[in-house]
Design a protein around this ligand. Structure first.
Ligand code: ZN
Length: 112
């Protein structure tokens, strides 16, 4: 069972992570879900194409992390935090401390 202290520490780090992720997505102009801003004059350059691919991959990761972090904060509020979304078993505190936004227990995560 997670102690109140651990839970409030995890909440603090999740809130920190959420604002970091929002800031990074905001810098990339991605919070609204719009297209990435690139200079159209260079749209044909293969270097820009490669960069765009990298940025899109990064943006996808950031959005995914943000979704996980927001889901974890909702679960903290409704008291379901720390339960595996697949099997319902408690996720180990060590795993949650390493990755507060984890949705799956170690077993389920390793089966994917
Ligand atoms: Zn599980």
């Amino acid at each position: 069972m997670l102690s109140e202290t651990t839970l409030s520490d995890l909440r603090a780090s999740l809130e920190q992570e959420r604002s970091d992720l929002r800031a990074r997505l905001g810098e990339m102009g991605l919070l609204s879900g719009g297209d990435l801003a690139f200079d159209q004059n260079f749209a044909d350059s293969s270097q820009v194409t490669a960069e765009r691919g990298e940025v899109e991959a990064l943006a996808g990761n950031l959005r995914e992390s943000l979704t996980d972090v927001e889901a974890a904060l909702v679960k903290l509020d409704n008291g379901t935090f720390g339960a595996c979304e697949s099997c319902g078993q408690p996720i180990s505190p060590a795993r949650l401390e390493a990755k507060p936004a984890a949705r799956l227990c170690m077993d389920c995560a390793s089966r994917r």
